[in-house]
Design a protein around this ligand. Sequence first.
Ligand code: HEM
Ligand code: CA
Ligand code: CA
Length: 321
Amino acid sequence: SHCAAKATSSTRPPRQLSVDYYARKCPQLEQLVGSVTSQQFREAPVSGPATIRLFFHDCFVEGCDASILISTNPGSKELAEKDAEDNKDLRVEGFQTISKAKDLVERKCPGIVSCADILAIAARDYVHLAGGPYYQVKKGRWDGKISMASRVPYNIPRANFTIDQLLKLFNSKGLTLEDLVVLSGAHTFGFAHCKQFVSRLYNYRGTKQPDPGMDPRLQKALTMSCPQFGGNSDIIAPFDVTTPFLFDHAYYGNLEAKLGLLASDQALFSDPRTKPLVLQLGQDKKRFFQAFSIAMEKMGSIGVKRGRRHGETRRVCSMHT
Ligand code: HEM
Ligand SMILES: [Ca+2]
Ligand SMILES: [Ca+2]
């Protein structure tokens, strides 16, 4: 009847992604993206961590909709997401990867594939290229119409967040305590600027002492690159002192050894809710890889859009259509 029809249309099933979404319209999509990511990876390995972080920052603001890729309109008062303070340190290599892949995909399958899906595929490619797991990527995300710097701050976690703050934010995205621990494992590669951890090196919480949760040898080494005041703001340190370019489970072993770089990393080991999982993942690479694949799929489906009302398919990822 009339009422039943109305009920179905307003309670549509959750927007679903699928592995074979482009099977008919762009069957060679993954190869096209793969040719770009493998070349970029050879020429600039930092493209890996750069792109995975880009994907994370995209999904946490407005959902996985490529809102992070939009450039601020010259002359506009409102800044786009990528120009927000918390996104300033996203490396260009991530943006370049997506722009190159999109150019190639547009040549072969014009007007078909969203930038959001290309970002999800490229992130997976780099995880695998760096030695991590290979997992299928579900597709069907539309690109978003909104990109506002003002929506970034309360959606992106900070290096000094407590586990309570991290959990609250992750829960608000539909992610669990386990997802938080597992996804933080992405800090198995890549780098952070001194300002993100310098508060742990000299005067931790006003004690005039370093953070007791940091190994003294790591603390010493980091003070060499990061002076308390007036250092070079371009200096970076690896998240994983043992294998900074390899996607492995060393991150968790490092936390056990007090070698976590950010306070938010080391907090995963000091909090009794997350410590058991850190210990397990540190001992079991296979388990970490499986869990990471599942958690990336979950993160990759946050706030997914479908249809013209909320979405668009861009020709150029940095510009709305
Ligand atoms: C749990 C909360 C998290 C916090 C507080 C956090 C914070 C940070 C910070 C401060 C940096 C350094 C930025 C810089 O100085 O340039 C960074 C880098 C990075 N983050 Fe996270 N992050 C978190 C979760 C994640 C997640 C979930 C992922 C991906 C799944 C991720 C992937 C990365 C990667 C790969 C880098 C290195 C980027 C590069 O070298 O270019 N992070 N993160
Ligand atoms: Ca987004
Ligand atoms: Ca590593």
